[in-house]
Design a protein around this ligand. Structure first.
Ligand code: AMP
Ligand code: MG
Length: 554
């Protein structure tokens, strides 16, 4: 008889990469709680309260009735060296639902404040997020990488204020789906490891119309090097806790910006400059892919420049810079697509104000804000060039080319994703001002119609200009098309696609979500069997709840 040991393929263990372990056996570190001062009131007391003089409170998740695993990210699991739970309701899932606390860990919720819609809101904090601890892994280059594992929707905390600490399935699924899709799109973001149904109902007034309804509850285990936000610093500055402010900055720099060196006034300034640069790059990516965050309050801005806190976000379909998915913001449109770069600056200015006691030098902070503006301009312009199949946008006439593009996109309802993706398929040699609209572009138009009349002329004129500009660079077509397709996604988590996944998951079928996730894992690839996921939004979803407008009620 053959020995099965010999037949099994040899296991490849890369040096420095520990074998993957079952989640329920994870050993987690806790530098945040061991290096920073916490709430003197011990865990288990989740009474809402002000928590002066602390960066966090120890909290225990509140158990749920019937946890069941709905989704698990194999890609992130592999990165974290954590095995996919063996059973949809086994011990790993109990950890992910908050029903079981990992031995040796002391979960906590962070204290932070924030400016909400332009106004200082005081102490907010993790009202429904509980961090389990930090998974530390050695990188191939020998450096350590830290990953914070956090449950969102795991029950009340001292920061829950008037709310229940829970999350509904629809919003949890949206966070899970979008953060993994953003990662695949190359946008800096927090990640999501799992989505667990709790079996408990959660009551929400989804339309704010006085008709609260019970909905299924869920918990996402989300993951990032750290979930520290601008607001964690703002709260300490506001409460004049300058020692805490410095200790928190030192913790962030030591563990997450080690390349900047030992903390001190000059390093604090360098650090803020780097936050500005990263935030600029992330927001440029949002503009590239048509993502609208929806609630860019300073408590939703990551200190690492990641996209964080997926709530009433949305994806631009018809190009409209004033569009926001957030119904709460329908009046002011503060957080609309086109305002995002400017809001990034406003938020960074609030952070600058909070860091002033550390940096001392106001001019250095102001210089960093200029770095934000420059980095944004440079990054976004570079992306726009690539989106148009150009190496640069620094020739004479390029400003007019860009202005013309945005005019053309706004004249009639034009799908931003499809316009850019399909532009690559337009043969520059074939366009003429008065001619037919190139076939690939027709798919980008809503109202089931390619533009006519004056608009068609404007589009033709712009295309001629674009084609001439492309030819002037003299790049081989195949190379240009390849590069355009690498920055213009074909597949994005369109609002209605997420809603279809939610409808199915609510009825107990997660296959729609799984299929959608598998398509969104490769957003730049042609996937011939997934054409319907790339189509423009069908007309029936135009006025359907959840498909274009969303409330914060999640
Ligand atoms: P957001 O607008 O979702 O970023 O949330 C703003 C603040 O409200 C944060 O402090 C959240 O933790 C808190 N919050 C939002 N929803 C809930 C909830 N269901 N229970 C407790 N706190 C919440
Ligand atoms: Mg938030």
């Amino acid at each position: 008889m053959q020995n099965p040991e010999i037949l099994a393929p040899p296991r490849v263990v890369r040096p420095g990469r520990p074998p993957a372990v079952p989640l329920e056996t994870l050993a987690l570190e806790a530098t945040f709680t061991s290096e920073l001062p916490g709430d003197p009131r011990e865990a288990v007391d989740n009474q809402p309260r002000q928590v002066p003089g602390a960066s966090y409170s120890r909290v225990l998740p509140t158990p749920v009735a019937q946890p069941r695993l709905l989704a698990w990210s194999d890609a992130l699991g592999a990165e974290l060296r954590i095995l996919r739970p063996e059973h949809p309701a086994g011990p790993a899932v109990e950890v992910l639902a908050g029903n079981r606390v990992l031995p040796g860990t002391q979960p906590y919720s962070a204290r932070y404040g924030g400016h909400q819609f332009g106004n200082w809101a005081g102490q907010l904090g993790d009202g429904r997020a509980i961090t389990l601890g930090e998974r530390v892994l050695e990188q191939p280059d020998g450096t350590l990488r830290r990953w914070e594992l956090q449950l969102k929707g795991a029950g009340r905390t001292p920061y829950s204020r008037f709310a229940d600490g829970r999350a509904v399935l629809r919003s949890s699924l949206r966070e899970y789906l979008c953060s993994e899709a953003m990662h695949a799109l190359g946008v800096p973001t927090t990640r999501a490891l799992s989505l667990v149904a709790t079996g408990d109902p959660v009551v929400r007034d989804m339309f704010y119309d006085g008709n609260p309804q019970a909905e299924p509850g869920a918990i996402v285990c989300r993951v990032a090097p750290t979930f520290v936000r601008f607001g964690n610093f703002e709260v300490h500055a506001w409460a004049r806790e300058h020692d805490l402010l410095r200790r928190l900055a030192d913790w962030v720099i030591r563990h997450h910006y080690p390349e900047l060196g030992a903390p001190g006034p000059a390093v604090y300034a360098d650090w803020f400059t780097e936050i500005c640069r990263r935030t600029a790059v992330t927001i440029a990516h949002w503009m590239r892919v048509g993502f609208v965050h929806g609630v860019m309050n300073t408590d939703n801005m990551s200190i690492l420049g990641l996209t964080i806190d997926y709530g009433p976000y949305g994806w631009l379909e018809g190009f409209d810079p004033t569009w926001t998915p957030n119904t709460t913001d329908a009046q002011g449109r503060r957080y609309s697509y086109g305002n995002q770069p400017q809001i990034g600056m406003w938020n960074l200015a609030r952070l600058a104000g909070s860091l002033e006691p550390l940096v001392g030098d106001r001019e250095r902070l102001e210089a960093a804000l200029e770095v934000y503006a420059d980095s944004y301009q440079r990054t976004y312009r570079g992306m726009l060039a690539a989106k148009l199949g150009l190496r640069t946008l620094d020739r004479e006439g390029d400003d007019e080319l860009i202005a013309g593009l945005f005019q053309v996109l706004q004249r009639v309802e034009t799908d931003l994703t499809l316009f850019h993706r399909n532009l690559a398929a337009v043969e520059p040699g074939s366009v003429t001002a008065g001619g037919e609209i190139p076939a690939p572009l027709r798919a980008a138009y809503y109202d089931d119609g390619a533009p006519t009349g004056a608009h068609r002329e404007a589009l033709g004129t712009w295309l001629v200009r674009w084609a001439a500009r492309v030819r002037a660079e003299g790049r081989p077509d195949a190379e240009r098309v390849r590069e355009m397709n690498a920055v213009n996604p074909k597949y994005v988590p369109r609002n209605y696609l997420a809603q279809l996944a939610i409808d199915a998951a609510t009825a107990g079928d997660v296959s729609v979500l799984e299929r959608l996730l598998s398509v969104l894992e490769r957003p730049y690839d042609e996937q011939p069997d997934a054409e319907e996921y790339a189509a423009r939004r069908p007309e029936w979803v135009r006025h359907r709840a959840g498909c274009s407008a969303l409330s914060c009620s999640s």
